[in-house]
Write a protein that binds this ligand. Structure first.
Ligand code: C2E
Ligand code: MG
Ligand code: MG
Length: 700
């Protein structure tokens, strides 16, 4: 701190004496004396003494400037007050001493004192401001020093060539290096890798080269004493011109935790929380990146779109806890099946996707899809619960120039085709599917209006006793007559209805219509009517209630209604589906197992949960007269139905050879174009209605 030279008059006594002397001289001057009261010796002495005292105070005050302020805590404000009060006090004294108007002498004296007082205050305040500034400066330095010494930042003073001249204790706190050991070493050696060392070196060189640069900031990874790595934010400031420092100041702040947190947050933004797989955003991003990199002639990018079959049922039946756990296990299986270069993602709900960027072509995509499906056949075990969830997989191969939206859409369309083909299927996208998909989308909207516009109707395909040729019953099959596209096969619109949930409404309407039809049939024929049920309908909690009500209001026995379920639907419905079947039978309804042999069904299940009829899939019936065909399946099923005392039925009988063989093997009833195709309601009414006396034989 720079001490200002003290003024000579700064001694209190000198100031007091000087003031008194000037005043005395002023008042003895005959020119100013006159009949001035101050001319009286007594009053002159009194005023002089007073002013000497005040002057002394002022001098003392001015003299204090620059001394350590801790010495005079209270006197300072008092002194300032005294100085400030001098002019009014002087005036008051003059007024007391003088009865008349103030004389020139007293005015000069008082004005001189007032000016002196103001000058003293100004000088005093200037000193005060300097003092405060100095104190702050001192405190700042003390604080900065404390921060450097106690903080976790690594503060280093280095030469232009990078040699460390000073290292703060933060070096050991943050990196575990002893500052003393680093004295004189190259600061760049703190870098974790070669690239980090180069970076530190280059930043330092840049700061050293250009004196005009205020500071250079960079991010770098530093190596700890124990081999760990810390992420740091580095700042180089050139303080070579600062005498106290005389070098470059390098500061490293540890931002490892901050970066970790950022990484966690970004992981969360790009990953599915439940499964840890990539989420849709990341998947699209990776796809976009991969598509940009595809070259003409290179291996194309491929996407697998995986949608779990009937996953909703797992949630409904076992609760969301089991549902979530199942998703997690399936995600793990997908992750394990993919290679490191692939991206597996959960797009949402029960939809997953895999992006294949590596070479391997379509074969690898198909191989992966098959391995995934094979893996899914293994039941997922959660506590005591076992769940089997299959998936439908669509594969799309990106043509050059494809974009993310089109590729994902194509994989989705292929997946949808796989769904339509039944469960656990794989389909590869081809452009024809797009037309189908577009139509499906349109159908979805139109189907909901089909009811009100009388576009739906039911036809009936007879069941014929193969031994006697008599009709035993008829299967109700729904038809949709589209105003533009004509007759749309149920195989095409039933899956749409299932997906949109409309199947429940359609199914009930078919049941009611079929039973309305059956009401008119001759009772002596003892015909049954069968209706196809999907897994969705089987799951409806009020299914049985509705059926009971429907037959009751028509005064039909429950046994006149047979419900056809495919074995796949039954098996995938799990225990609950089997229980529903048992319940249906307890209520007297018949249950038929449709398309038997086409899906998978364990015989032991059949023994434990019997049905009333097994319908041999037409694919096996076709084997009976095909050259080299294999009739063993038909024989085996017929053997089984005989043992279990279940009614046997054959579907799709088209040739007399098939019919002959089935009769020979003892199949009880059959359906097929050879016997009778699906018949329109009026035809059925005519044939089996009460008005008719005779029933025309279904086949000759
Ligand atoms: P499904 O239950 O196996 O029905 C038998 C299908 O085979 C019917 O096809 C029938 O017309 C056809 N068919 C009959 N005889 C022959 C033959 O000799 N040769 C050949 N190749 N086919 C024959 P449709 O009516 O197209 O029905 C197809 C499937 O749609 C049905 O298979 C059934 O699963 C489903 N479906 C039909 N109507 C309904 C319904 O009202 N509700 C439900 N949930 N599904 C239905
Ligand atoms: Mg059927
Ligand atoms: Mg069938």
């Amino acid at each position: 701190m720079n001490e200002r030279p003290r003024m000579a008059l700064a001694t209190p006594m000198a100031w007091g004496a000087a003031t008194a002397a000037v005043l005395w001289l002023l008042t003895v001057d005959p020119a100013v004396r006159g009949d001035d009261v101050l001319g009286s010796t007594g009053s002159r002495i009194a005023v002089t003494v007073l002013l000497a005292v005040i002057g002394g105070g002022i001098a003392r005050l001015v003299d204090r400037r620059g001394r350590d302020e801790r010495d005079a805590p209270i006197s300072r404000p008092i002194a300032l007050a005294v100085v400030g009060a001098t002019p009014p006090v002087a005036l008051a004294v003059t007024a007391l001493a003088v009865s008349g108007a103030p004389t020139r002498g007293s005015v000069v004296a008082v004005s001189g004192l007032a000016v002196g007082a103001v000058v003293a205050v100004v000088i005093r305040l200037t000193g005060e401001v300097d003092r405060v500034r100095d104190a702050i400066d001192r405190r700042g330095r003390r604080r900065a020093g404390a921060l450097v010494e106690n903080g976790s930042d690594v503060v280093l003073v280095v030469d232009v060539d990078g040699r460390i001249r000073y290292a703060s204790p933060g070096l050991s706190r943050t990196l575990g290096h002893l500052p003393a050991e680093w004295d004189g070493r190259d600061v760049a050696d703190l870098g974790a890798d070669e690239s980090d060392r180069d970076l530190i070196g280059s930043r330092l060189a840049a700061a050293g080269a250009d004196a005009g640069v205020r500071s250079i900031e960079f991010e770098v990874t530093l190596g700890c004493h124990d081999g760990q790595r810390r992420h740091a934010e580095g700042v180089v400031v050139d303080r070579r011109n600062d005498g106290a420092i005389g070098g470059l100041v390098v500061t490293f702040r540890d931002i490892t935790e901050q970066r970790d947190l950022e990484r966690q947050l970004s992981h969360r933004a790009f990953h599915d929380e439940l499964t840890g797989l990539a989420n849709r955003a990341l998947f699209l991003d990776r796809m976009d990146h991969a598509l940009r990199l595809t070259r003409q002639g290179g291996d194309p990018v491929m996407v697998l779109f995986i949608d779990l079959d009937d996953f909703k049922e797992v949630n409904d039946q076992y609760g969301h806890g089991v549902g979530d756990e199942t998703l997690r296990v399936i995600a793990d299986r997908i992750r394990t099946a993919t290679s490191s270069g692939d991206t597996a993602a959960r797009l949402g709900g029960d939809e997953f996707a895999v992006l294949l960027e590596d070479s391997g072509g379509l074969d690898r995509a198909l191989d992966l899809a098959e391995r995934l499906l094979a893996g899914l056949r293994d039941p997922v075990r959660i506590g005591a619960t076992e769940v089997v969830v299959l998936a439908s997989i669509g594969i799309a191969v990106a043509p050059v120039g494809a974009n993310t939206t089109s590729l994902l859409r194509e994989a989705d369309i292929a997946m949808y085709e796989a769904k339509r083909a039944g469960k656990g299927q794989i389909r590869i996208f081809d452009p024809a599917m797009r037309r189908v998909a577009a139509r499906q989308l349109a159908y979805r909207g139109e189907l909901s209006h089909a009811f009100g516009r009388d576009q739906l109707r039911v036809v009936y395909q007879p069941y014929v006793d193969l031994a006697s040729g008599e009709v035993r019953g008829a299967e109700a099959l729904v038809r949709w007559h589209h105003p533009e596209h004509g007759e749309i096969p149920p195989a095409e619109f039933i899956p749409i209805a299932v997906r949109s949930g409309l199947i429940v409404k359609i199914g009930r309407w078919v049941i009611e219509t079929a039973l309305d039809q059956a009401v008119g049939w001759r009772s002596d024929l003892d015909l049954f009517v069968s209706v196809n049920l999907t897994a969705t309908e089987l799951r409806q909690p009020d299914l049985i209630e509705h059926l009971v009500e429907t037959v009751r209001t028509r005064r039909l026995p429950a046994g006149s209604l047979v419900l056809e379920l495919t074995e796949t639907d039954l098996m995938e419905g799990g225990d609950r589906a089997l229980e529903t079947v048992a319940d249906l039978r307890r209520h007297g309804f018949g249950v038929a197992l449709d398309d038997f042999g086409a899906g998978y069904c364990s015989i032991s299940h059949l023994q434990a949960h019997p049905v009333d009829m097994i319908k041999i899939d037409r694919a096996f019936v076709a084997q009976l007269d095909r050259p080299g065909g294999d009739p063993t399946m038909v024989r085996a099923v017929l053997g089984l139905t005989e043992t279990l005392e279940i009614r046997s039925a054959a579907e799709g009988i088209e040739t007399p050879e098939q019919l002959r063989e089935l009769r020979r093997l003892g199949c009880m009833v059959g359906q097929g174009h050879l016997l009778a195709g699906p018949l329109e309601a009026p035809v059925v009414a005519r044939r089996f209605g009460r008005a008719d006396d005779e029933v025309a034989p279904a086949y000759g």
